[in-house]
Design a binder for this molecule. Sequence first.
Ligand code: AMP
Ligand code: MN
Length: 264
Amino acid sequence: MDGLLSPTELVNRAVANAVDVLAITDHDTVSGLAEAHKAIQEQQLPLTLINGVEISTNWKNNDIHIVGLQIEPSHPELLAFLARQEALRIERAIAISDKLAKLGIEEVYQHAQQYAKGDIVSRAHFARYLVDAGIVKDISKAFKQYLAKGKKAYVAPGWHSISEAISIIHDAGGLAVLAHPARYDLTNTKLKKLLSEFKQAGGDAIEVSQSRQSADEFYMLAKQAIEYGFLASRGSDFHAIEGYLDLGRTMPLSENVTPIWHNW
Ligand code: AMP
Ligand code: MN
């Protein structure tokens, strides 16, 4: 889980926000899904939960996120794949922590692990610790000064490729979605290259509606979905109550795209 709320808190918040279908897509793990299903069942919540995961991949030295929706969470090959991602994460987290230590910020890995509560450690956990320790003012500064690509404590991750991620998602019965395509700081030419390679590798959908996006970007992505023949997806990227757009608050998809949930 890389969000701040527990799976039980998350599904309750979704219902309170009038969300009726929610996908949980943690980074490189499916470990939160069981608790979320249990909470829905026990409390008889009016919520359909979609099993998901957000896989980190490497494409020409860019961190590209591929979301898998409707995956089978106990699929053995998917679990083996995610275990390899986790090992890569731990290696990178230790390297980030070593860089921060050289800058005089000690034992950040240990603190980040506490935030991760025994689960996968992401840069979001590092960022939260840097904020709480008073080293930076907010999450965005933590990335701008230390954790983002090229910054003082950046370590290039060794993620799997996009086509490996798509294959494993398909093997596990899911659909592969290119997450937040406009948030990778790519030129238009590069973005088009990414979209066409994602298509060629069997990608099913792109995230058209998401938080932190302008109306122009929303329409541009809808247009690309149509042009490349992708289904369209909508994601909140909700990690915590503070600093994130709340569940169910992103722009609804426009009528000219086919939602990924059209036949669910
Ligand atoms: P990782 O998978 O460990 O590389 O960490 C990715 C996490 O960092 C995701 O939760 C992102 O939402 C978050 N993240 C990446 N860049 C930023 C940023 N500039 N501001 C806030 N969060 C970010
Ligand atoms: Mn993402």
